[in-house]
Design a protein around this ligand. Sequence first.
Ligand code: BES
Ligand code: ZN
Ligand code: ZN
Length: 501
Amino acid sequence: MQIEVKQGRVELAEDEALLLTSFEGVKRFVGPFKTIEGMLSGGLSHLFEAGDFTGKEGQTAVLYPGEKLRFGKIILVGLGRRDRITVEGVRRAFGFAGRKIRELKLKSLSVQAFESGLAGVKLTESSQAMVEGMFLSHYRLDRYKTGAEKESVQLQKITFWKERRKGVGEVRRGVTDGEISAWATSLSRDLANRPGNYLTPTRLADEATRLARENKLKCTVLSESQVRKLKMNTFLAVASGSKEPAKLIVLEYLPSRKRAGTLALVGKGITFDAGGLSLKSTEGMLEMKTDMTGGAVVLATVAACAKMKLPVHVIGVVPATENLPSGTALKVGDIITSHSGKTVEVLNTDAEGRLILADGLSYARSFEPDAIVDVATLTGTIKLALGTLCAGLFGNNPGLKKRMIQAGEVSGERVWEMPLWDEYQEFLKSDLADIKNVGGRFGGSILAAKFLESFVGDIPWLHLDIAGVDVKDKDDSYHSKGATGFGARLLLQFLKDWKKI
Ligand code: BES
Ligand code: ZN
Ligand code: ZN
């Protein structure tokens, strides 16, 4: 899709359609509304007076101005009350607008940009959110459909118009960042939505290699024998049940500008989680092709950092494998020596994410990063605790946690802090080994995080449990049913605001 930002009056442009935003309860028409009201001899006031369009958030209306304007269609989208505006509200409103545009099968569009910042929402942020909402609402998964059901018409060109010169640069920056972050989210969705037979660890590694080639990144894919030499045995233990070879993917972005430190991102890359010998039910397995969302998000984020030319050195580490039962699979009761040297008693093979991440985290430490952030669809319990609207945030550094919460507010991918008190460690005590991988029925997400913590040492670290937010069961504003790609926008925002700890 081609996207442009121009200075000028949007209502004077020539295009297939015009998109205007309106707050709720506007008393008088200004700017393009005033011009159009004149041209349509009161057409807008009729619409507002009839109450058919009030400017409520996400509400849309379509006008057909006929010969009087150079647009075939005018689309209005409501932003809600001006004093309640949020970045996420803008993103959602443009998500609904995007759906309408899709329905109308429009190919090109002129959009009224914001003229300035709004209470609590900067101009760059609202511009970015506009693009994200619009792009992400156009995401669809028709890769596996043949012919007839594929959508034929697609939006190809958007022009954003800003009337005043002041702030054009901010709109441009927001729009560019929005394009990149929506790209990263869509890529994460695409990978996560791919069925287990299409997206194997090898294919995921191929995707990383492709991203490296296209974005001038460094990519190393380690084979099982190389991983064995590194003594990443808890990772290999999970892989032992599958015929598909495991891969350790390392994707690295080195900025050309002066570095603001090094950050390691570690993503869970289980391309299918059957549970291993602790087999899941069919129903429990239904979502498990998305168990590599964390890995996809990490790869997409590293590539997006390169596209945004951020001044941070970022290393993405993704241990990728299937978790299947078989005659060679990891058994309940097995004791494995991890990369860190710690021994782990495996009491449930379905708690495999923490096993591969234990090695992933301790391997990430060898790069001596300033901080590590891991992203994982780690526990079903986090969905019980927090529902489907925010991810669980854990960590050992209060300052970093605060930054992640802030990034969540701006990106719309919100996180909520969970406890990580030392008393929880008790539950992970093993009779035979240094630690066991499960610790009873209660507080499962906290115990999983506690398990990970024991492999990070004293490096500042954050853990995002995204098991409640990685999939939507129905369409909404800028989401479609299936993978959400949750985490890419969050991490990008976190990295954009990155400064040394
Ligand atoms: N991949 C699952 C977690 C999950 C569950 C993600 C539901 C998304 C939706 C993870 O590997 C798992 O199976 N966790 C177990 C841990 C338990 C065995 C301690 C769980 O959450 O039930
Ligand atoms: Zn599992
Ligand atoms: Zn899993």
